[in-house]
Design a protein around this ligand. Structure first.
Ligand code: DX5
Ligand code: ZN
Length: 220
């Protein structure tokens, strides 16, 4: 029996009822709160910033899994540590000095993740994988919820799993975008450890049950 972590993405929550939706995740079998931060530059969309994340943190009882889709993320590492992030993930494509950024995240007391866009090859992590706590594979182009899952993701998961094993590394593999009970099992069979789900959870009539189903399908 695998133990897949489920991280509902609050990007798809009802922002008028944010406390209610954060508490729903608290009361569910989900493992992390996934928080998407977009700057309108690295990605074409702007999501939410520090005051909203502070409000989320005030109600959340599970670890905060923060996914930064912003340029030059080094500027905000200290701020996200203060906001209580457990995992801080930066984009490979947004970091000129990725090794330095990863070390700074760890020095600030957080787990360090690196996200790869759909066009970014796994082999580019050869020299950093041993330093990483998590690799987030984007299974859609970042910026919006509710997009269609990119099928090439399975091959990328397998390539990443092979790299992690070959380097004797311990990074978790997280998949983000278009995740549902349709593909959850195939993703975990390929090697995924953490599944992010936005629309699939928050557009559901019964989100608590949907999270439970996602977890049991993933572990099945
Ligand atoms: C997309 C974000 C995702 C998004 C996933 O840029 O990183 O976390 O919320 O949404 P769904 O699950 O709807 O594809
Ligand atoms: Zn995300």
């Amino acid at each position: 029996m695998q133990k897949t972590k489920i991280a509902p993405s609050l990007l798809a929550a009802d922002f008028g009822n944010l406390q209610r939706d954060v508490e729903m995740v608290n009361n569910s079998v989900a493992d992390w709160h996934h928080i998407d931060v977009m700057d309108g530059v690295f990605v074409p969309n702007i999501s939410y910033g520090m005051p909203v994340i502070k409000a989320i943190q005030g109600h959340a009882t599970k670890p905060l899994d923060v996914h930064l889709m912003i340029i030059d993320p080094d500027r905000y590492i200290g701020t996200f540590a203060e906001l209580g992030a457990t995992v801080l993930t930066v984009h490979y494509e947004a970091c000129t000095h990725l090794h330095r950024t990863v070390q700074a995240i760890k020095a600030a007391g957080m787990k360090a993740g690196v996200a790869l866009n759909p066009h970014t090859n796994i082999s580019l992590l050869e020299d950093t994988i041993s330093d990483l706590d998590l690799v987030l594979i984007m299974s859609v182009n970042p910026g919006f919820g509710g997009q269609s899952f990119i099928e090439n993701t399975y091959e990328k998961i397998k390539a990443l799993k092979e790299l992690i094993q070959r380097k004797n590394a311990s990074a978790l593999i997280e998949i983000d975008g278009g995740v549902s009970t349709e593909n959850a099992k195939k993703l975990t069979d390929a090697g995924a450890d953490v599944l992010v789900a936005g629309s699939f959870v928050f557009k559901s009539e019964k989100p608590l049950q949907t999270i439970l189903e996602l977890k049991s399908v993933a572990d099945g």
